[in-house]
Design a protein around this ligand. Sequence first.
Ligand code: HEC
Ligand code: HEC
Length: 597
Amino acid sequence: MSDQERIAWLLAVASVFLFGAWMLGAGPRGCSVAPKQKVTPPTEAAPECEGLEIGDTRATECPLGGQKIEVCTQAGFKVAVDCVGEDPSGCTDFRSVVDTLGGFCVSCHPGYDSYAVASAKAQEYARRTQLPKDHPEHMPKGGELDDAQKKAISDWFQDGARDTCETEPPVGAFRSFDWLEEKILSDLTKLDSETRRTTRYLVTTHRRNAKASAGEAEAYDDAVSKAINSLSFERDLVTPSEVAEGIWRFDLEDLGLSEADWDTVEGADKLDVESFTSRGELLKVLTGTQKAWLHVDNFDDTVFRNSGVYHSLTDTPQTFDDLVERLDVDYVEDLTDFDALLVGLGQSPLAPHNRLLSRHDSRDGFFWVTYDTGVPDAAEKNLFQFPLLEDVGGVRDFEFVASEVIYSLPNGLLGFALFNAAGVRQDVAPVDVVRDFENPVSAEIRNAVSCFRCHRGGILPATDQIRDHVLANGAEFGTDKDLILALYRGNTETSEVIAADNESYRGVLEDLQVDGPEDPITVANDRFLTQWDLQKTAGFLFLTEDDLRVCLNGSATGRAQMGQLLSGGTVTYDQFVATLPALKADCRLFQDPLVIP
Ligand code: HEC
Ligand code: HEC
């Protein structure tokens, strides 16, 4: 860098600094933790933007090809994507010579402007173009390049005759936070300003950084598709596009989600990885949100383990009746017309109590309900004596205390809900009624995270015991007998119905190319909540393990609360959440490096 360039760079850094300060709305960067509440960005663009609004971009041609993209901000234009082949490395690549070769050589040497041909002859190009014009081997024959063109060809050869100077790390290699933000920023600048406002990214790169196995990395990628489509009430499936290794772009609008929905996710995000780098600040301006991207496991945890966020994003109604109405289910009619199918179980793997299931058609496919009961302290909790539901209009009504619901989303994936006996929506099922026996972390069944685990293949098989019981002991049931037999239609029909429901569900998973043996959201969530060792923590923070060691050693709080990572130990998810703010501040994570003049 020349002195002039250095001064220009410092000025740029200083303006980013000020720019960062208004974004933060508080003290100097790095010293305070980002405020939780959404900062309302200023709406006045700088006068130099000349009619553009904040977040609009302008493109200018680069001298050596390509475009430089700048974003209009309150503080003037900021460079989002710089010209290639110039700063900062000074490397000259093929783009800098291709026009010269095309203009001066191809008339006699067809193909010299193709990289494959030219790169093999780069040394000879450099030699012959430097020779004096009267030398017999001088090129171009009968003409001469100017000094800049000669120098470009010679520099290109010296720099290794590369196609491009952008050094993309090889597949599977460590990727830095810088790399991540650069990829997202350059992708965003290719979209129009309207689209950028609703464009978001989910990232799986951090798991590759932490050397996740190929199967696990694939599950994380699948978790992206399954998660976003499980929040959608649109008919079409949305396929996220991978803009660079492990960075997945989607549009909230395609999912029927709003910018406010994303704000809800941001507000509930416990890890709160907000970037204050200059690129990070531009991402905010371009998308109008504080976090244009999230780690996919953190996203899944935030939207599926936090029931409030799930219910808000899926607009799940407060009551069973409203959900029935929303999904166009003729719930009561199905029970009186015998369109519903009932299945009765002596017990379930979820609890040693009787369990009733009912199935209904809905606008988008099916609507399955469980009716669960706790300790059988009343005769009515015995399904074999009381197998009917109140709406049927019989006498022997089963007394249940909680219900679980699975329904088809318009795109064919599944929606989940829990209700109490009064039909009021719940976040968690009573643990004495049903429990998650497969979960390594907690037995609590929580909407919706728990449902994904066991219902990975859709509807689970259930074997009815009521029909045979009533057929064998019919006299006991009086006038209810015919009602019961009309609704409990036995195991042949039950298994056919379940198979058909699952066939359509699995077809949708195939369309999404979610084909692993386990549910990807569950894989991501189980890993996310357990086993934070040095490798995983470093990966999550986009640090190398060595950098995380340095960071922990330099942070008193970090060492006190997470020091065991340095000696091969692990921390809990909660310990990581509690310590992250100190690490961010002490290690200046997600900020530009300090420039010391
Ligand atoms: C007017 C026609 C003409 C133009 C224009 C021309 N060349 Fe050549 N070039 C020739 C001829 C004829 C030969 C074969 C004679 C020789 O080797 O000197 C040749 C040979 C070469 C060779 C060696 C043969 C080979 O394929 O390795 C190289 C290298 C070369 N030219 C490079 C260039 C480059 C680079 C340019 C453009 C900057 C260029 N030439 C422009 C006519 C031309
Ligand atoms: C630990 C595993 C497990 C979890 C977690 C779980 N289920 Fe189930 N679920 C089952 C099994 C097994 C059945 C089959 C009936 C039975 O044996 O109880 C079932 C059946 C159902 C049914 C009836 C249709 C069918 O699949 O047979 C509904 C509806 C249902 N569950 C909803 C939910 C909802 C909603 C959640 C999340 C809040 C959930 N389940 C979580 C295991 C689970």
